[in-house]
Design a protein around this ligand. Sequence first.
Ligand code: ES4
Ligand code: ZN
Length: 320
Amino acid sequence: MAGPPCAELHLHIEGTLEPELIFDLAERNGISLPYSDLDELRARYEFTDLQSFLDLYYRNMDVLRTEADFADMTRAYLRRAAAAGVRHSEIMMDPQAHLARGVALETCVNGVASALADSESEFGISTGLIAAFLRDRPAEEALEVLEQLLDMEAPIIGIGLDSAEVGHPPSGFVDLYERARAAGLRRIAHAGEEGPPGYITEALDLLGAERIDHGIRCMEDDALVQRLAAEQVPLTVCPLSNVRLRAVDTLKDHPLPAMLARGLNVCVNSDDPAYFGGYVDENFAQLGRTFTFTADDLARLAVNSVRSAFIGAERRSALL
Ligand code: ES4
Ligand code: ZN
């Protein structure tokens, strides 16, 4: 089922690696997996928190070795996203996760970028590529990788900050974000997924983040909610992700309806759809079965995604 036509603003391309493709790429690259079949792999997709997911996510991406592997994964996502109603997608990738296991920056960047280059003609989806930096690795390493991306003129529109949040506050990445700003890049950051509301404030005030990925824990701080609503800071919410990583107990307990009611600029995204039970359409389908959103609420979610996208006026009006 297609969701409303919308922009997807919170998507990790490595999180679109489906179990079937993991097996296909392992075979193509002569890698032996520690699972005998798909069911044995799928049995691992039971998470208790963000870290338990990240452990599997980083392990599984080891099957990505060549440009073709990255391009095939990206095309598979775009095909599925088009069916879900996505018309524009801003896609994060984790260069450090690939560098750390010996895959060259050119291999991962060029592989993803080559699939994105054909996305509008092949799938009707405009795209932007965002390099996300791993907050649980040294900030100096992130800055070095950003310099390499700039040196190679990687086709990125911005930077993000992801991986294990608690204990790795935005304040450690001020130099990285200042360099990105000086280079003319857009800036986003995960904050308030597992981490406290104060990390959202830090991301805005210390990093100059223009969008917050997740941000759901803002609801614990009334003054912060008022600020985010007044400034219409985009919050890229991922309902199925929050359920699967136990940020909320069940979808019924998700703060999305309350966030809408408070006038926050929220939109719906899939995060790591191969791991969390579905793409944007499935997020909307489950939300629709759980809550009674009005037509106005649903329209607002879609419009919020488009107005929060890093696109020019022409593309924006084509999507609205
Ligand atoms: C992520 Cl759900 C989530 N949170 C933080 N970092 C991530 N990297 C990939 N998915
Ligand atoms: Zn994310």
